[in-house]
Design a protein around this ligand. Structure first.
Ligand SMILES: Cc1cc2nc3c(=O)[nH]c(=O)nc-3n(C[C@H](O)[C@H](O)[C@H](O)COP(=O)(O)OP(=O)(O)OC[C@H]3O[C@@H](n4cnc5c(N)ncnc54)[C@H](O)[C@@H]3O)c2cc1C
Length: 323
């Protein structure tokens, strides 16, 4: 059952920030993740601050410096349907379309998508794990088939977001407003892994709100895609996935960003794979070496070794399709 909490509709971003200063206050966007966490006792909230009245945080518009500005309250369905996003930032349109189900895409927002909490069943369940302030990661000795193979350290969650890897591949930035003012951070620095911080997945401090996501100016020679493998065809999180953004010069890859989902506690830049394709045409040999490079350093747990060939497969398919 959902426990009782105060529910407040913020009148402005400044009002939301002010109200969030109270201990135990939480941001509510679409609520598709937050309310499940509160119901299941993953964490508590004394007050839930809804952003739903803040029209300024909705919609996709040209950004002042070129590119696109996506308000944090824009739904995943709106991102997936946007003509601009589909034409110039295809990986993001595909990622937003791959989120959950139509109902959840209509309700869930892109801000909530990048800020959602992990789906590890120990974290979500009745276990006082490291991420909840305990001293054990139960996945190490337990049921770990959906956990990470890269970047795990003491805690082995995977980052659950589909849009996040696409945003990293596309070089997006995040605008954050909080008690100390406004800051804009590259989205790659927004996410933090367990080696840095084990109880949170991003750099947001108490009282800070994501207000918008900024995409860089469109590049005509950019090709991008997001591909996700999941256990079921209907709503499900990624077992493994990849966002690829390639800047092409004729048939050669001038710049590559390859970012994995479903296999690491943060959207995972596969830098060795990026190096394997940069400066080359996408021949079968180059694609194969990129797929191999992407899993360098992978350390599967007892039950999730299947993710290694899955990552290789999803990268191979994505690069061949983009070629
Ligand atoms: C059955 C099911 C299947 C799902 N499948 C997928 C999937 O396949 N892929 C996927 O990516 N996601 C999936 N989700 C997760 C999630 O529902 C969506 O990703 C959605 O986008 C979350 O957005 P929301 O607006 O509902 O967030 P909320 O539930 O409102 O918020 C989520 C978290 O982010 C914080 N937050 C929200 N907005 C902001 C903001 N602007 N600034 C600061 N903090 C903020 C909240 O405090 C909360 O902790 C699934 C969820 C469910 C229930």
């Amino acid at each position: 059952m959902l426990p009782a909490f105060n529910y407040v509709k913020a009148k402005s971003v400044a009002d939301a920030v002010r109200q969030l200063a109270a201990p135990g206050a939480r941001v509510h966007a679409g609520g598709t993740d937050l309310l499940g966490c509160l119901r299941d006792g993953v964490f508590k909230a004394d007050t839930v601050i809804s952003l739903s009245a803040l029209k300024a945080l909705r919609g996709i518009t040209p950004a002042a410096a070129g590119g696109l500005r996506i308000g944090a309250l824009t739904t995943n369905a709106e991102v997936a349907a946007s003509k601009d996003v589909n034409e110039h930032y295809r990986a993001l349109a595909q990622a937003a379309a791959a989120v959950a189900s139509p109902q959840l895409r209509n309700q869930g927002t892109i801000g909530g998508n990048i800020c959602q909490r992990p789906r590890c069943w120990y974290f979500r369940g009745d276990f006082h794990c490291l991420r909840k302030g305990g001293d054990t990661c139960f996945a190490v000795q337990g049921e770990n088939r959906y956990h990470c193979i890269l970047g795990g350290e003491n805690c082995y969650i995977v980052h659950p977001s589909d849009t996040a890897p696409a945003l990293v591949a596309l070089g997006a930035r995040v605008r954050i407003v909080g008690p100390a003012g406004t800051r804009v951070v590259p989205i790659g620095s927004f996410f933090v892994g367990p080696a840095v911080q084990i109880t949170k997945e991003n750099v947001l401090a108490q009282g800070e709100v994501v207000t918008e996501i900024l995409l860089p100016p469109a590049e005509a020679a950019l090709r991008s895609s997001y591909r996700k493998v999941r256990a079921r065809g209907a709503w499900d999180f990624a077992l493994a996935g990849v966002a690829v953004a390639l800047l092409m010069k004729d048939r050669t890859v001038a710049r590559a960003r390859i970012v994995l989902s479903g296999v690491a506690p943060v959207p995972w830049r596969a830098e060795a794979a990026e190096k394997a394709v940069a400066g080359h045409a996408l021949s079968p040999e180059v694609v194969a070496s990129a797929a191999e490079a992407a899993v360098q350093g992978a350390e599967p747990l007892e039950q999730n070794g299947y993710k290694v060939p899955m990552v290789k497969g999803v990268i191979t398919e994505s690069l061949i399709a983009l070629a």
